[in-house]
Design a protein around this ligand. Structure first.
Ligand SMILES: Nc1ncnc2c1ncn2[C@@H]1O[C@H](COP(=O)(O)OP(=O)(O)O)[C@@H](O)[C@H]1O
Ligand SMILES: [Mg+2]
Length: 503
């Protein structure tokens, strides 16, 4: 169906058009010229009236013109050229001549674009709801993904839809579940494998444990004592000489022995006591995080399942250490696996999902988790490690990490600072697309990057197997609390009366 024609000067990636009919922003159109079939997307639209221009300052005059002319207006719009349909969606080398008819793209063309072999279904086109949108799994995992939107816009729902789609292909998914949202979900295509947030310290680096012990960068002597004690304790465990599985106790014993050594000077004793105090604090706060009795946490990851590390009870620092620990070991293990026949740890590619990515890879601080997120963002592709960064505060995510992420699913995003930050990290997000972000409804998303052949506005499927995580119903909780209290009171009264009846 022809809706309008190109006007004015056209270029290779953009044309203006005048339309008889109101199309929708985000709708796909087809331009046929010079024997080519070129696909475009409507980027922006305006409506105007030649007689009612912005130079009239009297409302009565406007009314008069309107009564004479009726609702006579024009529709003007901009089309972003996406590529030549017959040439693998490469940009055409000649611009469309003015006057070229603009047609709404046919379902047949769109269907063929959004179907591919190794793909998963995200949802349907917002504007043409009969068209399913599938994304390329290999490109999604190997080139990483960011899911960005304000709270309540549908990020976790999107994550769940992705997980189910990956499970259908027997994928290995690992989710750092910051709010205990996923461990009780019900996925259609695979089971949940719950992994406890416990690390065997012999697989830890000193930096990881130091991050938790709150030893300041300037306290060099403290750090040296701690480092030596950490290494000794690790040796003791590795040599099977430990009498306890409590790693911090072993470190403590090593330090205490040194403290009691006659050769230790009194000023050093003070420093050692400082470290011992830190270890005691560490024991109080994070004692449960360590256990020398368990295997490498990586060996617990199972193929064809969604592996959930429940971090709902852990604080930010413990979460950072776990993320850093797991990503560092995953990279090490996959490298060894790719470069040799050794079977150590991860024998298959894994897609790591990180909620609250702005806390784990923040722009303003340098936790060890950020370092390893950036490393995997840069190198993961070669070793089959994919990242999915999920965040409600895109502006606080490290720009470097975000710019390594090729694919984006952006749902409703209102704050201009967030929009700018995302735009500067993604070459695919044009100014006109950014303007669409505040007007998206819940569950509606812009999908960009290599995993989709063309930028797309999608209504994401609703995931049905969610146990909780949505908004809690506050008023009904208040009402039920009130009822409960009243019932208790009534019961007490009755009990009292019954008691009185005995006399
Ligand atoms: N694609 C969707 N289709 C229908 N409802 C949705 C969709 N996405 C989200 N919702 C609704 O919005 C609520 C919030 O979504 P959620 O994914 O938890 O948002 P976020 O993780 O961004 O805070 C969900 O409980 C669900 O009811
Ligand atoms: Mg969420």
């Amino acid at each position: 169906m022809i809706i309008g024609r190109c006007v004015g000067e056209t270029s290779l990636n953009e044309v203006n058009f005048i339309s008889k009919k109101m199309p929708k922003v985000g709708e796909y159109v087809n331009l046929s010229y010079d024997g080519k079939n070129v696909l475009g997307m409507i980027d922006s639209l305006v409506r105007g009236n030649v007689s009612l221009n912005g130079e009239i300052f009297n409302p009565d005059t406007i009314e008069m013109i309107k009564s004479l002319e009726g609702d006579d207006y024009y529709i003007k719009g901009k089309i972003r050229i996406l590529g030549d349909f017959d040439d693998d969606l490469r940009l055409p080398r000649t611009p469309a001549p003015p006057g070229t008819p603009v047609e709404i793209a046919s379902s047949k063309i769109l269907d063929s674009i959004f179907k591919s072999k190794n793909s998963l279904k995200l949802g349907n086109l917002i504007n043409q709801s009969d068209i399913e949108v599938n994304v390329d799994i290999n490109k999604m995992v190997s080139r990483h993904l960011a899911i960005l939107a304000m709270t309540g816009a549908g990020k976790s729902n999107t994550v769940s839809v992705l997980i189910d789609g990956l499970l259908e292909k027997n994928g290995a998914i690992f989710i750092f579940d910051m709010h205990s949202e996923y461990s009780n979900s019900d996925f259609k295509n695979g089971e949940i494998n719950k992994i406890k947030p416990v690390i065997n310290p012999i697989y830890m680096s000193f930096d990881e444990i130091k991050g938790l012990a709150n030893i300041k960068g300037s306290a060099h002597i403290q750090e040296r004592y701690f480092r030596n004690a950490f290494k000794k304790a690790r040796k003791i465990v590795e040599n099977g000489e430990a009498t306890t599985t409590d790693f911090l106790q072993i470190i403590y014993d090593v330090l205490y022995k040194r403290f009691n050594d006659d050769e230790t000077s009194s000023s050093d004793k003070n420093k050692i006591m400082d470290v011992i105090n830190k270890i005691e604090d560490l024991q109080d706060k994070y004692g449960k995080l360590f256990n020398t009795n368990i295997g490498n946490i990586l060996s617990k990851i199972e193929l064809g399942k969604v592996n959930v590390l429940d971090l709902g009870q852990s604080d930010e620092f413990a979460a950072e250490v776990l993320v850093s620990h797991i990503l560092r070991n995953a990279l090490k293990s996959r490298k060894a696996n790719v470069h040799s026949d050794e079977n150590n740890g991860l024998e298959f590619p894994v897609f790591f999902i990180l909620e609250e990515a702005h806390i784990l890879a923040p722009q303003s601080r340098n936790p060890s988790s950020k370092f390893w997120i950036s490393r995997i963002a840069r190198e993961g592709r070669k070793f089959g490690l994919g990242l999915c960064l999920v965040s409600q505060s895109p502006k606080s995510i490290d720009q470097d990490a975000l710019s390594q992420v090729n694919n984006m699913i952006i749902l409703r995003l209102v704050e201009p600072q967030d929009q700018r930050h995302v735009q500067s990290a993604s070459e695919n997000l044009s100014e006109d697309l950014v303007k669409q972000l505040p007007s998206l409804n819940i569950g509606e998303a812009m999908v960009l990057g290599l995993m989709t052949k063309i930028p797309t506005l999608v209504k994401i499927d609703e995931f049905k197997g969610r146990s909780h995580g949505g908004d809690i119903d506050i008023t009904s909780l208040w009402v039920s609390s009130k009822k409960e209290k009243e019932e208790n009171l009534k019961q007490e009264e009755e009990d009292f009366l019954n008691l009185g009846g005995d006399y």
